[in-house]
Design a protein around this ligand. Structure first.
Ligand code: ATP
Length: 349
């Protein structure tokens, strides 16, 4: 079973007079891993909550398995929600329940399974997340990384077709972040779910997802195959990927042109802001040896091949290199143009 596609079109969300983002259009390809980047406060969590119907954007469509969740009945929304597993930032565990009961909770709430069937599923998910032996611990007695893995175990018990992950790296050291990233890739290999990760973590963004997008200035700057964002010359994307002060993202808000020019002049005069220039596409994280073959890889290759001509030349070069062939169907198309890109699925901004 392949996870389902999530098709978002023209989505706009405000709180009162505060517009969070507008006209967001993107498709999470079925069974692939995607990530959404963006500076703090750009509405990434609001986007995740909109996808599961916890928040209601005022315009646009969110079509999941043929149902527009902004127009459907509450019964249909309930059914669509059953397809989701969500890992919130802190794991969102019940503090008074041990890990076993936390992970068993959705099964007891939403199914009529017997306690012995529940036990089988819970122990399997705890094992998958490296938590065997910790089932009697309370969330307050374990580390942040374990809490996240317990949250992930709980998100998996109803066999989700779509998994949403809000900042898997928050509060974790780089090594634990890599383990959790590996777990997400391995879960994708095992159950082929559609996964969306919201993150600030540049390393995770560069190595984990099949597709990458970024929110900035109340818009989706771009969304598409990872190579598009990773080779982008867009100033805000480059700044974000480099964690640099040089660029349109400021401490708490966006900068104006004069401030940006002054900072660039400082850089040219030799002031170093501590960031490290990184560029290009690094190899993607693979499923752990011994896991099932990650079907998303071949599906994505076929999909990316079919839209290759709509992508910017740099992204095309990188994809062709990764496909490892040079046949006529995968030559860079120099005639790429912005108008072509607008009608394609990689960008809308
Ligand atoms: N329920 C709500 N009511 C009113 N405003 C809200 C609500 N939820 C979020 N916001 C506002 O929406 C904006 C975006 O918040 P959100 O948490 O989605 O950002 P984010 O990109 O996930 O940030 P971070 O990376 O820091 O977690 C913020 O200004 C926040 O105050």
């Amino acid at each position: 079973m392949v996870g389902v596609e999530v098709a978002v079109k023209g989505l706009t969300k405000s709180f009162g007079s505060q517009k969070i983002w507008q006209d967001v259009t993107l498709t999470l390809p079925a069974g692939e891993v995607s990530a959404l980047l963006g500076p703090s406060g750009t509405g990434k969590s609001v986007f995740l909550k909109s996808l599961i119907g916890l928040l209601r954007p005022e315009e646009g469509e969110i079509v999941i398995d043929g149902t527009d969740i902004l127009k459907c009945s509450s019964k249909e929304l309930y059914e669509v929600r059953q397809m989701f597993g969500v890992l919130f930032q802190d794991g969102a565990l019940f503090g008074s329940m041990n890990l076993y009961d936390n992970v068993a909770f959705p099964l007891r709430e939403h199914t009529k399974k017997s306690e012995s069937d529940i036990r089988k599923i819970v122990m399997e998910k705890l094992e998958l997340n490296g938590l065997l032996g910790a089932e009697n611990k309370l969330p307050g007695e374990i580390s942040g990384g374990m809490r996240k893995r317990a949250g992930l175990a709980r998100a998996l018990v109803l066999d989700p077709e779509i998994i949403l992950v809000d900042e898997p790296d928050s509060g974790l050291d780089p090594v634990r972040t890599t383990y959790l990233s590996q777990l997400l890739i391995d879960i994708n290999a095992q159950i082929d779910a559609t996964i969306l990760i919201v993150t600030h973590n540049i390393n995770l963004a560069r190595t984990v997802p099949d597709n990458l997008g970024m929110l900035f200035r109340k818009h989706l700057v771009m969304f598409g195959p990872r190579e598009v964002l990773l080779t982008s010359e867009e100033p805000v994307v480059k700044q974000f990927l480099n964690g640099s002060k040089i660029g349109p993202i400021g401490m708490s808000e966006e900068k104006d042109d004069s401030q940006m020019a002054a900072e660039l002049a400082m850089k040219e005069a030799g002031h170093h802001d501590g960031s490290q220039e990184v560029s290009g596409v690094v190899p993607q994280m693979q499923a752990t040896p011994g896991m099932p073959v990650r079907q998303a890889v071949a599906r994505r290759q076929a999909r990316v091949r079919s839209i290759l001509h709509t992508l910017p030349p740099e992204a095309q070069h990188s994809i062709i290199a990764s496909l490892g062939d040079g046949d006529a169907a995968t030559q860079v198309i120099p005639a790429y143009s912005d108008s072509g890109a607008e009608s394609s699925s990689w960008g809308n901004g």
